[in-house]
Unconditional design. Sequence first.
Length: 124
Amino acid sequence: MRFMSTRVHGIADYVIGLLLIAAPFVFGFATGGPAQWVPTILGLVMLGSAIMTKYELGLMHVIPMPLHLTLDLISGILLLVSPWLFGFADIVFLPHVIVGIIEIGASLTTEKQPRSVTDATTRR
């Protein structure tokens, strides 16, 4: 069931993208290894895709919302499994798992199109 509006999803994209970039420093796992770089890179990707998505808070309107949601799903799964995939689960895993689950959930519950087509296409 898709109940989250694309507008709310857009706000979450910017907030979570910035959180992913800041988390290694805030939570003390900025060691220069994959525990730091996985969320940092995924945060930058999230911000970039938010800027380019065809929704209310997108600035460039290049990426269709269904593609954006697919990217979020893939990113969430990667973030969720990254502590074990890249071998840093003994250092830190909880922030990656929690945000990964949130991202997966958002990708599966967000509407596939903005409620108002003009909201997503006319704002520049």
